[in-house]
Design a protein around this ligand. Structure first.
Ligand code: HMG
Ligand code: MG
Length: 314
C-alpha cells in the first residue's frame, strides 16, 4: 500500500443500477509504450509490468509479437517475456498473424489478442490487409491458439470514427465484431482508437451488439482520451452494463498507424472514478500512481493523467 496524501481518495457515493465490480485490463506496457519514439530498455518495461501487477491490476497486456519493423519499440517482445519468466506467461500479448502466434507459443504464452479494424483504410494501414483479408489472416491464428488451449481476445479499432474515412456506421462495427467472435475469440474490445466517441454513441454501439446477440459479458471498452471523452464514455458503458475497461497507467498511449491517436484513458483516472462510485476494482491507486511517476521519470516527461498530476504533482 503506498502512502497517498490526505484527501487522496474520493468520497464513495454509489449510484444504483451500475455494476458492482469491474475488471481493469491494463494496456500501458503495450498500447502505452508502442508509440514511444525513444527505445525503452527491456528491463524498464519488465519493471513497469511488475509494478502494475503488484498494484493489483488483474490483467496487464505486456507487448506485441508484431513485425519489428512495424513497431520497433516492441521488437524486444521475446526478451521481455523471457525476463518476466513464469509470471509473464499468464499475460496477454498481441499477435496479428501465424508468425506472431508461433513466437508467442514458443515462449509458452497462454493469452493472445488479435486486432482487427472496422474500416478498410485502417486495415490497410495497420495490417497491410483489406478488411476481408484481415479475417483470413486471423482465422488460423484463433483456430490454432484455441487448439493449443490459449484464450483469445479480439480488438476492433476505429469503432467510433476513422481519421481517413470519417464516421463509421454502427452496423459496420457490429458486423466486424461478430465475425471476430465467430472465429472463436472469447472477448471483444471495442476501440475508440482516435478518441472521438461520445457517450450516446457508446450506448448505441453497446446496445447494437446486445441486439445482435453479443452479451455485455463478452464486451470490453477501449477508450483513447484524445478529446477528453474517455471517462464520460466509461460512464455510458457502465450504464449499458459493460464490466471490462481497458486503461493505460499514467495515460500513456497511441497507435503509430493512426494519426491523432493519443493516450489511452489513464488507469488512475478510471480508478478515481470507480472508487467514487463504490465500484469494486481491487487495485491500489497509490501503487499505480507510483508506477506511473516512475515511468514518467524514465520517459523524461510528466504523465498526462489528471489524477497522477493531482496526487503526485508529477
Ligand atoms: P506484412 O508486411 O504484410 O507481412 O505485415 P507479411 O505477412 O507479408 O510478411 C512479411 C515478412 O514479415 C515475412 O518475413 C514474415 O516472416 C515477417 P520474410 O519471409 O519476408 O523474411 N513477419 C513477421 N515477423 C515477426 N513477427 C510477425 C511477423 N509477421 C510477418 N508477427 C503485419 C503484416 C500484420 C505483420 C504488419 O502489418 C504488422 O506487424 N502490423 C502491426 C501494426 C501494429 O502493431 N499496430 C499497433 C497495434 S493495434 C492498436 O494499437 C489498436 C488497439 O490498441 C485498439 C485501438 O486502440 O483501437 C489494439
Ligand atoms: Mg489502443
Amino acid at each position: 500500500m503506498s502512502e497517498l496524501p490526505l484527501g487522496a481518495l474520493p468520497a464513495t457515493v454509489p449510484e444504483p443500477g451500475l455494476p458492482a465490480r469491474v475488471t481493469i485490463y491494463e494496456v500501458g506496457p503495450r498500447d502505452g509504450l508502442q508509440n514511444e519514439k525513444g527505445v525503452v530498455d527491456t528491463a524498464v518495461k519488465a519493471e513497469f509490468v511488475t509494478r502494475l501487477l503488484a498494484a493489483g491490476l488483474p490483467i496487464v497486456e505486456a507487448t506485441s509479437f508484431v513485425h519489428p519493423r512495424w513497431v520497433p519499440q516492441l521488437a524486444d517482445a521475446a526478451d521481455l517475456m523471457t525476463l518476466l519468466g513464469e509470471a509473464g506467461k499468464g499475460l496477454p500479448v498481441l499477435v496479428p498473424n501465424e508468425r506472431g502466434l508461433d513466437r508467442a507459443l514458443e515462449l509458452g504464452m497462454r493469452h493472445v489478442a488479435i486486432f482487427g479494424s472496422a474500416t478498410e483504410t485502417f486495415a490497410s494501414k495497420n495490417l497491410n490487409r483489406t478488411l476481408d483479408e484481415q479475417f483470413a489472416m486471423f482465422e488460423p491464428v484463433v483456430q490454432r491458439a484455441r487448439d493449443a488451449g490459449l484464450d483469445v481476445r479480439a480488438y476492433v479499432s476505429m469503432c467510433f470514427g476513422d481519421p481517413w474515412e470519417g464516421q463509421v456506421p454502427i452496423e459496420q462495427v457490429v458486423g466486424v465484431g461478430r465475425r471476430l467472435l465467430d472465429l472463436g475469440a472469447s472477448q471483444l474490445s471495442l476501440g475508440d482508437t482516435i478518441g472521438v466517441g461520445t457517450a450516446g454513441h457508446v450506448t448505441a454501439l453497446v446496445d447494437a451488439f446486445v441486439a445482435a446477440g453479443v452479451g455485455t459479458d463478452r464486451l470490453a471498452l477501449h477508450f483513447h482520451d484524445t478529446y477528453g471523452q474517455a471517462l464520460a464514455n466509461t460512464y455510458a458503458g457502465l450504464r449499458a452494463g459493460v464490466t471490462t475497461y481497458d486503461a493505460s497507467a499514467g495515460g500513456l498511449g497511441g497507435c503509430p498507424y493512426a494519426k491523432s491517436a493519443t493516450g489511452n484513458l489513464a488507469t488512475e483516472d478510471l480508478l478515481w472514478f470507480l472508487t467514487g462510485l463504490g465500484i469494486e476494482h481491487g487495485v491500489d491507486l497509490g501503487q499505480v500512481v507510483d508506477a506511473s511517476v516512475w515511468m514518467a521519470g524514465q520517459l523524461g516527461r510528466p504523465s498526462p493523467s489528471a489524477v497522477v498530476r493531482a496526487l503526485a504533482g508529477a
